[in-house]
Write a protein that binds this ligand. Structure first.
Ligand SMILES: [Zn+2]
Length: 357
């Protein structure tokens, strides 16, 4: 942006978020309360608790980053109440960041059970879904936002892949719109992942896949050409292969996550993939991925994109409209969302006297 803007400006940008994980968005105070209720031991002072569930600075690798999720998943896993509260918290935090519509990713396999809770409860997949949907519906009503769900298969849990596709199909009419695969991208993909994603696609579910974050450009190629992904989570390393980049640019939307890409070590500010994507007018959106793990919000991602990665106002606005078009909403719902986003941008431009003609 040419002018330095205040926080209210970044908050007022109407946002559509396509890449954010429930277990990366747990609010630490809710985690502490749930840990206490379930008799799960946590450090005595607040700072030590916060350090156990989140990072104060970037890590060296994606695997290090992912290890920060364990405590939160063990506090919320196996607790319908915890999952409800976490989903409600997510709606509240999204609303506070100026989000109008979100597609929330989560891994039901992590939500079923806790490795450490003395109550030793294991939820069924249906109980997990019902708890999350209860929290989401309460949050949607209270904060006036919309949230749909993306079911994630973990890369290290191929044995869950088939059941998770069945689960997604059972909840297709209740808010599940797509499947994803996430986790340490350097772990090889199993045949069970591949056949599950192909079945999901054939059954009419949408597909978005994490690829090209820590793994090579060929992972992006496989996600698009073999698995039929319509969107790619991250995808930065596609830039290492011009041929794959040219193909991907034509075919998919990139869910870019500025802050997390720095925290996981998959990008540097000096030559961030987002700068090349914006120069080349690639179809991308701006997302937070795991805001609580980094003690950030989606507003910080917009600030980084504008202030450190030098995207201008037009590029930011275009990324929001790209996000609208890349949602997995029906055409009718997409039209309603597009109209709201147009109106909100008009209000923002009038308030901040942005002449964009
Ligand atoms: Zn992700």
């Amino acid at each position: 942006m040419s002018t330095v803007r205040d926080d209210a400006f970044y908050k007022s940008i109407p946002k559509v978020e396509l890449h954010v994980h429930l277990d990366g968005a747990f609010q630490w105070k809710t985690l502490m309360a749930m840990a206490k209720e379930r008799n799960i031991p946590m450090p005595d002072n607040e700072q030590d608790c916060l350090d156990q569930v989140s990072l104060s600075s970037p890590t060296k690798s994606l695997a290090d980053f992912i290890s920060k999720f364990d405590t939160g998943n063990n506090i919320m896993g196996g607790s319908s109440k915890g999952l409800q509260l976490a989903s409600y918290d997510f709606c509240k935090a999204s609303h506070e960041a100026g989000v109008l519509y979100s597609e929330l990713k989560f891994s039901p396999a992590f939500c079923k059970h806790s490795e450490v809770a003395p109550d030793n409860v294991t939820l069924t997949y249906n109980e997990v879904m019902d708890a999350i949907l209860t929290g989401i519906h309460r949050g949607e009503k209270e904060f006036g936002i919309r949230v749909n769900l993306i079911i994630v298969i973990m890369i290290n849990m191929p044995e869950t892949a088939n059941d998770l596709v069945d689960l997604a199909l059972r909840y297709r009419d209740k808010g599940v719109v797509a499947m994803d695969i996430a986790g340490d991208e350097l772990i090889p993909m199993d045949q069970r992942h591949i056949s599950a994603i192909k079945r999901a696609k054939q059954s009419g579910l949408h597909i978005t896949l994490h690829a090209g974050e820590a793994g090579p450009a060929t992972n992006v190629e496989r996600a698009i050409e073999v698995l039929g992904a319509e969107r790619i989570g991250h995808g930065y390393r596609v830039l290492e292969d011009e041929k794959i980049y040219a193909m991907a640019k034509e075919k998919v939307h990139f869910e870019v996550c500025p802050c997390s890409s720095i925290y996981t070590g998959s990008n540097r500010l000096s030559d961030h993939a987002l700068m090349r994507f914006s120069q080349d007018d690639v179809n991308f959106s701006i997302n937070s991925d795991d805001p609580s793990i980094m003690r950030k919000t989606l507003i910080d991602d917009y600030k980084m994109a504008c202030n450190e990665l030098r995207l201008n106002y037009k590029q930011i606005r275009k990324s929001v409209f790209n996000g609208v078009e890349a949602t997995f909403l029906s055409d009718k719902e997409k039209t309603l969302l597009r109209d709201t986003v147009i109106k909100k941008f008009q209000e923002l431009e009038a308030k901040y006297k942005i002449d964009d003609s």
